[in-house]
Design a protein. Sequence first.
Length: 306
Amino acid sequence: MKKFIQGMLVTGSLLLFAGCGTENTNDGSDASTEENEELMITTSFSVLGDIIGEITGDRVSVEYIVPIGEEPHEYEPVPSNFARVSDSDVFYTNGLGLEEWLEKIVANASDTPIVDLSAGVEEIPLEGEDAPDPHAWLSPKNINIYVNNLLEDLIERDPEGEEEYRENAEAYLNDIQELDVWIEEQIAVVPEEHRKIIVSENAFKYFGKDYGFETEGVWEINSHEEGTPQQINRIIDIVSESGLPAVFVETTVDKRYMETVADNSGVPIAGEVYTDAVGEEGSGAETYIDMIRHNVEVFVDGLTSD
């Protein structure tokens, strides 16, 4: 990793001195590096990109680094990512240790300010580690904190856009409140004995804490992914003894681990859920709100099945 970071720093410096004019963005469009009065905003992954876009509206274009379908824990940035972040006015991250790989590069070779949108969230620790679980966004009850942190920073950087940002934030937080109420209504039908979410990565701790579910995973976080026989056997035992009607898989994680759990426990996989990325175009989960709705529907259908 140390050699990789050093290599990226050298590559990034060459790009800066070369005065790179354009770069390929995730959607295939070219982004000019020429000075522009419009804020240039970059964020780490698609979930934050969607939330930020809801607040900035048409006033600012927002781009994210980690492509949909990949998970942000171990993503290896490419030179065009470095150039984009270096040219941005601000780089918004989740924080809680999620994007440590990219923060190191930016901090050592760029003046781009880094703003953690999760600052102030009540942290839940990773099991057996002195580090927080970063998946705070998976509980909508935390999104108020994300949006307020974003709003404060946006207004400081672009005072002329304050009215628009505040209006967008108010409307979006109303939608989040409606989502929260809807979740409470949906999960009410899940029996207490079935309120356990089991996936590959134990990413739903914040959701579980806020909505009354226990959570388990083959591993704690994807950056420490192992999937050892001992880890898999532990989950097989938990599933077999729990009487649960279903387990789940994530869209950004290799499904073979949970397929092994399902095959050996006799408990089926009820469906895919979204954790580290929104859905592809046409998935019905292209936005943060839609992905959370999808997750809840999959959980409820699976955990109430016979």
